[in-house]
Design a protein around this ligand. Structure first.
Ligand code: B1M
Length: 220
C-alpha cells in the first residue's frame, strides 16, 4: 500500500508530466487510500500548477506546457470534486468566480489558464466557456452565489461586450453585488477604468494577486 507522500508525489508528477490519465489514476488512488480529498487537491495538484504558473510568468516554460498542466489538473479534479461532494465536505474556498470569454469570442486558452490558476489558489471557478452573452454571466453568477464575475476578451471588437456586462449589471442594480475583473490581450487598466470594472488582470497570476489583495471589496 502506497503512503500518502507517495500518492501525492504521483499526483504532482502527473501535473509536471502534463499527463491527464496519470492525474486521474493518481487522484483515484488517493480516494481509494482514504486520503482527505481537500488535502490531496492542495498537495497533489494545486501546488505544482501554481509553480508552473509562476514559471510561465518568468518565461521558464512555454504556453503549451502550462495548458497541458491545466488540463491534467482539470481531469484529476473531477475525481477529487466527486469525492469531496460524496463525503459531504465543503470546499475551503476563498470566493466563487464566474468566468467566461465574452460574446462573439472563441479564444479560450488564456481564460482556461486564468481559471486553473484561480482554482489552484483556492477559488471555486464556474467556467462558462466561450461566446458567453452578457445576461448569461449574470444569470450564472446569481445561480452560483458568486462574488466575482471574470471576463476574458481577445479581440478589440469583443472587448466591447465586457462593457455590456457592466452596463447590464448597472441596469439591474447589481453592480455593488459583484466584483468584476476583466482581462485579455487587448484589455488594459485604462479600458477597465473606462467601463467601470472593479479590476484588471494582466495575466493569470496578476488576476489572483488582485483578487487576493482586494478581498475586502468582494467578500462583503
Ligand atoms: Co485569434 N486573434 N482570431 N485565434 N489569436 C488574436 C487574439 C490576434 C491578436 C491575432 C493577430 O491578429 N495578431 C487577433 C485579434 C486582433 C484584435 O482584435 N486586436 C485575432 C483574430 C483577428 C482572430 C480571428 C478574428 C481570425 C479570423 O478568423 N479572421 C478569429 C476570431 C474568432 C472569434 O473569436 N470569433 C481568431 C481565431 C483564433 C483561433 C481559433 C485560430 C485561435 C484560438 C484557439 C483557442 O483559443 N481555442 C487563435 C489564437 C490562438 C490567437 C493568438 C495567436 C493567441 C491567443 C492565445 O491563446 N494566447 C492571438 C495572438 C496574440 O494574442 N498575440 C490571436 C495565449 C494566452 C495564454 O494568452 O489569451 O492573452 P491570452 O491570455 C493571457 C492574458 O491575456 C490574461 O491571462 C492569460 C494568461 O496569461 N488573460 C486574463 C486572459 N483573459 C483574462 C481574464 C482575466 C485576467 C487575465 O480576468 C478575467
Amino acid at each position: 500500500m502506497a503512503t500518502a507522500e507517495e500518492i501525492y508525489a504521483r499526483m504532482q508528477k502527473s501535473i509536471e508530466d502534463y499527463d491527464r490519465d496519470a492525474a486521474v489514476a493518481a487522484a483515484r488512488e488517493s480516494v481509494a487510500a482514504g486520503l482527505d480529498p481537500l488535502v490531496a487537491v492542495e498537495e497533489g495538484f494545486a501546488r505544482p500548477v501554481r509553480q508552473l504558473g509562476e514559471a510561465f510568468d518568468r518565461m521558464e516554460i512555454f504556453l503549451p506546457q502550462l495548458i497541458m498542466a491545466a488540463e491534467a489538473m482539470k481531469a484529476g479534479m473531477t475525481v477529487l470534486e466527486a469525492a469531496i461532494k460524496a463525503g459531504g465536505g465543503t470546499w475551503q474556498k476563498k470566493g466563487v468566480v464566474v468566468l467566461g470569454t465574452v460574446e462573439g469570442d472563441i479564444h479560450d486558452i488564456g481564460k482556461t489558464i486564468v481559471g486553473a490558476i484561480l482554482q489552484a489558489n483556492g477559488y471555486e471557478v464556474h467556467d462558462l466557456g466561450v461566446e458567453v452573452p452578457a445576461p448569461r454571466f449574470i444569470q450564472a453568477a446569481e445561480e452560483a452565489g458568486a462574488n466575482i464575475i471574470a471576463m476574458s476578451a481577445l479581440l478589440s471588437t469583443t472587448m466591447l461586450f465586457q462593457r455590456d456586462v457592466l452596463q447590464l449589471l448597472r441596469n439591474k442594480g447589481l453592480q455593488q453585488k459583484y466584483f468584476t475583473i476583466v482581462g485579455g490581450a487587448p484589455v488594459t487598466q485604462k479600458w477597465a477604468d473606462e467601463i467601470g470594472a472593479n479590476a484588471y488582470g494582466r495575466d493569470a497570476i496578476e488576476a489572483v494577486r488582485v483578487l487576493d489583495a482586494r478581498r475586502k471589496e468582494w467578500s462583503r
